[in-house]
Design a protein around this ligand. Structure first.
Ligand code: BG6
Length: 509
């Protein structure tokens, strides 16, 4: 069995590199975008950092009529184009020895027999030890078939001293009911401990830094509550449009695509209580507690907003609207902008609205968590002195320009008492020489190590759907077009009205 110990538990272990043991990583859907841009480069980066063992195999499974060499060339090109670390021939040569391709379809017994042979061959020749991770980078509609084929061909059998794991990518269903069905399919074959659900935001350094900021310091936690915080904004803005992803995105929309997972996970980490340790069970218990206490207040017309980008300008270029994008039906009601207010019913957060927003075709790409603080109860200044005093805020910049900003008032130099808002910045680039690994590097390594804290559990997935389902049902019941916003702007008018109703306004990140 896996003898890996979570290094956060034992300070003696902290400097030891976490190196995966012998294993095979099988990727289904290996010809997809995710695999090319993220998974294959991440595998190479891990190898380059010396975190993969010599006994490692990478098996691609897809329809293409490829031989091992053709797939190897694909991996090579993907690595050259997207890997984070420099290309080193000797690392590549070693990785190449374990690269195999199985050409097949999910309904073909022959394909899965061939997959089995390939894995057995790797176990024997490369010493991968009978340890196998199956990465499902495929639409959920394919899960059932892959699961039953893995079962039928004995690919998920447990043998003493070896492990099998399955990795699944979102969307984990499109609502609570379908998430439960999907999970039942996966857990028919794999135990909950063997299932690794990827939410790549949890693999980001800056997201993990939320835990460090809150729980490694004394100065933030005392003000991290409704006595001091007036509201919290969690923004995930993208400047890109839907590009070639209409097939995936249309009918799903921004709320299901990223709010159900990335944004609600950010909310959970921001609002949860301190876990007794960073062990998976402890961390998940706290996230579950806070998600269970969270809900969107009724009157969804007042506390939510949805939009769809119209033609506009982005970075000085004219861009088309969502409905003109290739593959999008001319009458699509899919939202590309989603904003909701979430209230948390507990002592720490009662009365503090959490505003979550995400969109495509915003003026810039930025993800941040911003806590805005209440005004000081008394200001011993004249009104003109404090005209330019904004709201005190703590902004955790998830990406880009990773870091933390504190905004507060300071005296403008001069003979008058004039207060103006200023910033104090921590930037990763300025403070650390180490560069941040890509989220997928961290997560793939954790899968191979069997280290679960960064993977949401099914219960968290279900709680997130419970928060979002009523809003999605409400939007569907309107049977109308989402509000339009010109590409390159911060969203529809209704989104500004939504926060203005509470006397707040969105930050301009
Ligand atoms: C994915 C979404 O989960 O996250 C995409 O499906 C989105 O629609 C992407 O573009 C953004 O990820 P990142 O890491 O670039 O913020």
């Amino acid at each position: 069995m896996n003898s890996y110990q979570n290094p956060l538990r034992d300070p003696q272990d902290r400097r030891l590199p976490r190196i995966a043991g012998p294993c095979v990583l099988v990727i289904f859907g290996v010809t997809g975008d995710l695999s090319r841009k993220k998974l294959m480069p991440a595998v190479y980066d891990l190898a380059n950092r010396g975190l993969l063992p010599p006994g490692f195999g990478l098996v691609g499974f897809a329809r293409r009529d490829w031989a091992d060499q053709d797939f190897a060339k694909e991996v090579h090109d993907a690595v050259k184009e997207h890997a984070r670390t420099p290309f080193r021939e000797e690392v590549w040569e070693q990785l190449l020895e374990g690269i195999r391709f199985v050409s097949g379809t999910f309904d073909s017994d022959e394909s899965f027999e061939s997959l089995k042979k390939t894995i057995v061959e790797l176990d024997t020749t490369r010493g991968t030890g009978g340890n196998h991770a199956f990465y499902l980078s495929i639409p959920p509609s394919g899960f059932e078939q892959v699961m039953s084929q893995l079962a039928k061909h004995g690919l998920a059998e447990r043998h003493a001293g070896t492990w099998n794991r399955v990795v699944i990518e979102k969307p984990f269903g499109h609502d609570l009911a379908s998430a439960k069905e999907l999970n039942a399919v996966v857990e028919r074959l794999f135990t909950p401990q063997e299932v690794f659900r990827i939410d790549h935001y949890l693999g980001k350094e800056t997201v993990q830094n939320l835990l460090a900021l809150r729980f490694a310091n004394q100065m933030f936690e005392p003000i991290w509550n409704n006595h001091y915080v007036s509201h919290v904004e969690i923004t995930m803005a993208e400047d890109i449009g839907i590009g070639g992803r209409a097939g995936y995105f249309d009918g799903i929309g921004s709320a299901r695509d990223v709010m159900q997972n990335h944004l609600l996970q950010l909310l959970a980490l921001t609002a949860m209580e301190e876990p007794t340790s960073f062990e998976a069970s402890q961390l998940r218990a706290e996230k579950k507690k806070v998600l269970a206490a969270a809900h969107v207040p009724q009157h969804y017309d007042l506390h939510t907003a949805r939009g769809q980008y119209a033609a506009g300008w982005q970075g000085g270029e004219a861009v088309i609207g969502y409905l003109e994008e290739e593959g999008v039906p001319a009458d699509s009601k899919t939202e590309t902008y989603a904003a909701i207010r979430v209230d948390i019913d507990n002592r720490r957060w009662a009365g503090v609205p959490f505003y979550l927003r995400t969109a495509k075709r915003m003026p810039r790409r930025v993800t941040e968590v911003a806590l805005s603080f209440k005004r000081a109860p008394h200001l011993p200044f004249t009104v003109t002195d404090t005209e330019e005093l904004g709201t005190n805020a703590l902004v955790m910049r998830i990406q880009p320009d990773e870091g933390v900003t504190l905004r507060f008032g300071a005296k403008v130099p001069g003979t008058q008492m004039e207060i103006r808002e200023v910033s104090m910045d921590f930037a990763y680039g300025g403070s650390f020489t180490e560069s941040s690994p890509e989220a997928y590097e961290r997560l793939i390594l954790d899968v191979l190590l069997g280290d679960p804290p960064l993977f949401p559990q099914q219960e968290e997935v279900e709680l997130s759907w419970q928060i979002l389902d009523p809003v999605l049902e409400y939007w569907a019941s309107l049977d109308s077009q989402p509000d339009q916003y010109p590409a390159g702007t911060w969203g529809p008018e209704s989104s500004f009205e939504m926060v203005a109703r509470d006397g707040n306004s969105w930050r301009r990140p």
